[in-house]
Design a binder for this molecule. Structure first.
Ligand code: SF4
Length: 172
């Protein structure tokens, strides 16, 4: 049985979307259980939550593919998002948020996204339009392709390598 974003017991998660926009090799390494730093909360994948839940009373939404906060309600719509310390990973964080908006949409929940960076007094707003939905669907397909490939993509030097937990593995 196969459906979008899922092959047997594998789901594309928000975490994998995050890393997809940082380094595709890292997506493969993470998905194959090569956890370089167990303490890093971003480096934990493969937790499959059996139930998809959406509880009105809770401020946090927990779905099979990730967790995020409810910021507020705007009429019938939800505004979901996250608070970050810096805008260093804003591209990844934004794509991750769009992924969650897409996941919510497939459950019949209309939502907007908001990324807040209080220390920089910045706020980024996200809506899932036709173009961004297309991009997220493409990313999901490409992540599946990467993960189901027998070997990781080759290491390509990028601006994140210096602080990457896999740097030694890739470049030693
Ligand atoms: S060290 Fe660089 S190439 Fe290797 S996984 Fe990390 S970011 Fe990717």
């Amino acid at each position: 049985m196969e459906k979008e974003g899922m092959y047997m017991d594998f789901y594309v998660t928000g975490t994998l979307i995050w890393y997809y926009y940082i380094c595709k090799r890292q997506v493969w390494l993470l998905a194959h259980g090569m956890e370089a730093d167990q303490e890093d909360e971003n480096i934990r994948i493969g937790r499959l939550i059996g139930e998809t839940s959406y509880e009105r009373e809770k401020k946090e939404i927990d779905i099979a593919t990730g967790k995020f906060d409810v910021m507020r309600r705007e009429g019938e719509n939800l505004v979901v998002g996250e608070i970050k310390k810096s805008s260093r990973f804003v591209e990844s964080a934004g794509k991750q948020l769009l992924f969650y908006l897409y996941q919510l949409k497939t459950m019949g929940i209309e939502a907007k996204g908001e990324l807040l960076i209080p220390e920089e007094r910045k706020k980024f707003l996200f809506t899932l339009d036709e173009e961004s939905e297309k991009e997220i669907k493409k990313a999901i397909k490409e992540i599946e392709k990467i993960v189901f490939s027998p070997l990781p993509p080759p290491a390509v030097k990028n601006k994140y390598c210096g602080r990457c937990a896999y740097a030694e593995f890739c470049w030693a």
